[in-house]
Design a protein around this ligand. Structure first.
Ligand code: CA
Length: 503
């Protein structure tokens, strides 16, 4: 829903004020969680300190030489909403500059049509259905069971072990209980919020919990309020992380909640798009502009430290645009966020590493977000032990033109335990959009809008794709969480059941 905008002190998007930060309580940026101390604990601490010192020495002597890695994730941005993807009414000069200095993937996908499962896949490098992470998890800081399963290792943890400084800024949405905190999942630094979204201006604990939208921000486990516009604040925190870690390899995961609802933006940005009649689209344009300026700030910092050439930057959205909600556009694709049509899963997807990759080129073979994870580990020289199966590929040889082979035999999607699913191999996609509709077959190279079902004309092709899907699906687990709506409903019913019966 559109809400009245509140002005901020920021007047020029290309002139985001220098970061001003409240001093963190405690020592430095280290995560601060309550710890019990007793004599056994002190002995353990001493032993741990010795072990840590040894590891630090080992890391010092094997400091990685790999590039910095930056993943910038938009939230609910449509496929057609950047200039380099054909957008004409919202300028995105900084996203476009990434395409101009890198490879723009036309057929880039995420592994889920909505937020939390996509992030679970992206940050582990594994199909999230393999560990049951197939629904949007609820915001419930009291529940230690709803979050990225602790059996899974994040790419942040792997890079951290390899000596990278690791930072996450923005939306987490992989569990709000302390077990799941980013500081416990491989990130040295976290600034953001743990739920599925946040108000852009307000922290107000008097408001209903609503997935944590009004909860305090989280700075390495400490609460903070919002002073300004959240998108700008996240950009500034990302810039600060780069400044502080410029002398060592770093991994930055910058997960904006823009342009996800609520549709809120500073008034001066809304005014800039006064010519857009649709109110949602106007607010969306303003939110996109703030995010694009933030991306510009990050790129400026990299250039200022002479790091841009050897920093691998990915830009993508976590799912397609939910057009009726935020005014996004997935043109020319069919469908929206939450659906297995292309509009739910195909996203803007750019890879820029000026020192290594060609610049200003298109890549048309299908790739997906698990490749982002695998590529980040590969360029950092991180080996993944046997048995910890990752599902993406290192994209660099493909994007650098070293091989003309497709990166994947097939890509797969499944949601709701299989109520909807899809498989793509080459140009062909077999998609079951819901339980009531039989699978349909499309040739996406000839029919990007999924308008002409070929299932009856090409039954053998449909059968072969179905066989690929069934083979992949055999290794999946059932969804381990209720979606957030059923979760909160059941929880409310449970507490109501504890109330005394009316007299
Ligand atoms: Ca999303």
């Amino acid at each position: 829903m559109h809400r009245p905008a509140r002005p901020t002190k920021t007047n020029q998007r290309n002139d985001i004020p220098a970061p001003t930060f409240r001093p963190a309580r405690g020592k430095g940026n280290r995560p601060r969680f309550p710890r019990r101390r007793n004599s056994l604990g002190i002995v353990a601490t001493v032993l741990l300190s010795l072990a840590t010192a040894g590891r630090a020495l080992a890391e010092e002597t094997s400091r990685p030489e790999g590039p910095n890695v930056v993943i910038i994730l938009a939230d609910d941005m449509g496929y057609g909403d950047a200039g380099c993807y054909g957008c004409t009414d919202i300028p995105t000069p900084n996203i476009d500059s990434l395409a101009a200095t890198g490879v723009r993937c036309t057929d880039g996908y995420v592994t889920h049509p909505f937020c939390s499962p996509t992030r679970a896949g992206l940050l582990t490098g594994r199909y999230q259905q393999r560990f049951g992470h197939e629904t949007n998890i609820p915001f419930d800081p009291q529940n230690p069971h709803v979050g990225l399963p602790r059996s899974e290792t994040t790419i942040a943890r792997r890079l951290q072990r390899a000596g990278y400084a690791t930072g996450a800024v923005g939306k987490w949405h992989l569990g709000a209980a302390h077990w799941f905190h980013p500081n416990r999942r491989g990130f040295d630094f976290f600034y953001g919020f743990l739920g599925g979204g946040h108000d852009y201006f307000l922290v107000d604990m008097r408001k209903p919990m609503h997935e944590g939208y009004f909860h305090p921000l989280d700075h390495n486990g400490q609460p903070e309020t919002i002073e300004g516009y959240l998108t700008d604040i996240l950009s500034q925190q990302a810039a600060r992380f780069i400044d502080e870690n410029r002398n060592r390899p770093f991994f930055l995961y910058l997960a904006y909640n823009a342009p996800h609802t609520p549709l809120e933006a500073p008034q001066e940005l809304l005014d800039r798009f006064a010519h857009i009649a649709d109110r949602k689209r106007r607010a969306y344009a303003a939110m996109m502009t703030a995010m694009d300026a933030g991306i510009g700030l990050v790129l400026d910092r990299l250039r200022a430290h002479h790091l841009r050439q050897n920093t691998l930057v990915f830009f993508l959205s976590d799912n397609g645009g939910p057009t009726p909600h935020n005014g996004s556009s997935n043109r020319p694709l069919r469908g929206i966020k939450g659906q297995m049509w292309e509009g739910g899963i195909r996203v803007p997807f750019i890879v820029s590493w000026p020192a290594v990759l060609p610049q200003g080129v298109e890549y048309r073979k299908p790739v997906h977000s698990l490749d982002v994870s695998r590529t980040a580990l590969a360029v950092a020289g991180v080996a993944v032990p046997n048995g910890e199966k990752l599902h993406g590929v290192n994209l660099i040889p493909y994007l650098a033109g070293k091989t003309a082979d497709p990166p994947h035999e097939a890509l797969f999607w499944r949601t709701g335990g299989g109520v909807a699913w899809a498989v793509r191999s080459g140009p062909y996609k077999l998609v079951q959009p819901d339980q009531q509709t039989p699978p349909a077959l499309y040739d996406l190279e000839a029919d990007i809008g999924e308008t002409h079902d070929l299932a009856d004309e090409m039954p053998e092709r449909a059968k072969a794709l179905r066989a690929l899907y069934d083979r992949w699906n055999r290794e999946n687990l059932p969804p381990r969480f209720l979606g957030f709506r059923p979760y909160h409903q059941k929880k409310a019913e449970f507490y109501e059941s504890l109330l005394p019966a009316p007299q």
